[in-house]
Ligand binder design. Structure first.
Ligand SMILES: N=CN[C@@H](CCC(=O)O)C(=O)O
Ligand SMILES: [Zn+2]
Length: 435
């Protein structure tokens, strides 16, 4: 064996299809672009030692271009497909104490807010999370992120928000920070200390705590390098944080350099979409109750709509108006909303629900779960498509057409053969079966 280092890290060759998603380094796709994804038949792809894509194209063309090159690893994926790693734009993965008992209550007719007001929901999880150690939280987080990775997610947004006090919020963010160093999955961290009004506090008191205590302490931790946070979030909802409190918290976060990415217009129309547009938010999530004005404002401001099909499904909410959003020129993205209420780690399942319940096409769903989710996290310059210069994050799908990943409801465990991050195989699935 020669000791000479190979020229490139990885060659993936002979794919039936490579879905690049786009090829002009677009930061996001609107309706037309989402419907016309870049798909290369009989294709190959090269990733360099820096983990970045060097070339994507027809197999013959890549063979010719790299005929005298050497590769650390070669994957012959004849008969299989390649798509970009999936980007999950909304999750709550750090917590202790499941809520399986509440699932039964909701099936029996209790609404999300009934459970919340009765001291369950987020409050139940806060109590359990405050009692957990950082190591326990980190262990649970890593298990969940590993499940997400195996379901094809290579970049995931991770929120705090089950502490609601400085100590526990920072513990959660430290657990997220540690996961960045222990797992290959990419992470975009979000401070969500205004996820609920803590028990025993008024909204005004909670607001003062977030502004006067939590955010300043967070800033100190960031400066000391103990945590790294990209986004700020608030649950803007009737009886939780109303519009003005939400504005104050998001504005303070923006002054700290955080991207605004918050929960809005979920259970009641709050004019959250309008607020997001006014503040230059990168994204607003949920939007089941968005107004026409809110849709128009988001389109103009280029604020992404992160739709969460698993939540609308589990809570039997009315579906967000995805088609109206697309028609109006809104950037539509997707998230799993993994949390103790919606225990879903699978973006393939989320895309399936988005197609069936929100009327997205297969192409639209994939664009929403890749380039547009990456945009919602301010990461579409590095993630969300397979183009030269982008990070080499991709999935090898055990099917001759990529659409099987959405079509086969809950089938990702058998379909995803490899998850590759920065050109390294991070998941080699021994359980893939033929169709
Ligand atoms: N709506 C607020 N937050 C979460 C639910 C969190 C929870 O119930 O624990 C969501 O996005 O669905
Ligand atoms: Zn959420």
């Amino acid at each position: 064996m020669s000791d000479t280092p190979a020229d490139f890290r990885l060659l993936v060759k002979n794919a039936s299809q490579i879905v690049a998603v786009c090829n002009e380094l677009q930061k996001f796709l609107l309706k037309d672009g989402m419907q016309n994804l870049v798909v290369i038949e009989n294709a190959s792809l090269v990733i360099g030692h820096d983990g970045l894509v060097k070339a994507v194209g027809g197999t013959k063309e890549i063979d010719e271009q790299f005929k005298s090159s050497s590769f650390e690893k070669i994957l012959d994926v004849s008969g299989l497909c390649v798509i970009p790693g999936l980007v999950d734009a909304h999750t709550h993965p750090v917590w202790a104490g499941d809520r399986v008992h509440e699932f039964a209550m909701k099936l029996a007719g209790a609404s999300y807010m009934d459970v919340h007001r009765a001291g369950g929901g987020i409050h139940f999880t806060v109590e359990a999370t405050r009692c957990a150690s950082e190591d326990d939280l980190q262990g649970a987080l890593c298990g969940r992120l590993t499940r997400m990775l195996r379901a094809g997610t290579t970049l995931v947004e991770c929120k705090s928000g089950y502490g609601l006090d400085t100590h526990t919020e920072l513990t959660m963010l430290r657990a997220i920070h540690r996961a960045r160093h222990t797992l290959p999955i990419g992470i975009s961290a979000t401070y969500c200390g205004a996820h609920a009004v803590p028990r025993g506090k008024t909204q005004e008191e909670a607001l003062r705590d977030v502004l006067g205590e939590q955010l300043p302490r967070l800033q100190e931790c960031v400066l000391r390098g103990e945590v790294c946070v990209e986004n700020i979030d608030v649950f803007c909802e009737k009886g939780v944080f109303e519009l003005d409190a939400t504005r104050q918290i998001l504005t303070a976060g923006r002054h700290m350099g955080l991207n605004i990415n918050f929960h809005g217009d979920e259970l009641h129309p709050m004019k959250a979409a309008e607020l997001g547009a006014e503040l230059g938010a990168l994204a607003v999530s949920h939007l089941e109750e968005v107004s026409d004005e809110g849709i128009a404002a988001m389109a103009t401001a280029k604020t992404a709509a992160v739709l969460l099909p698993s939540t609308a499904y589990i809570l039997r909410l009315k579906q967000p108006r995805a088609r109206d959003m697309l028609d109006a020129g809104v950037i539509v993205a997707l998230g799993s909303d993994f949390n103790p209420n919606a225990y879903c780690c699978s973006m393939p399942l989320v895309m399936h629900l988005a197609c069936v319940n929100m009327h997205l096409s297969l192409n639209e769903a994939l664009a929403a779960a890749t380039i547009n989710s990456a945009y919602a996290l301010g990461a579409s310059h590095t993630h969300g498509s397979l183009e030269p210069g982008k990070q080499g994050d991709l999935l090898i799908i055990n099917a001759p057409r990529w659409e099987h990943l959405i079509y086969q409801l809950g089938g990702h465990q058998e379909l995803i053969k490899h998850v590759i991050i920065k050109g390294l195989v991070t998941y080699d699935n021994q359980d893939t079966l033929g169709l």
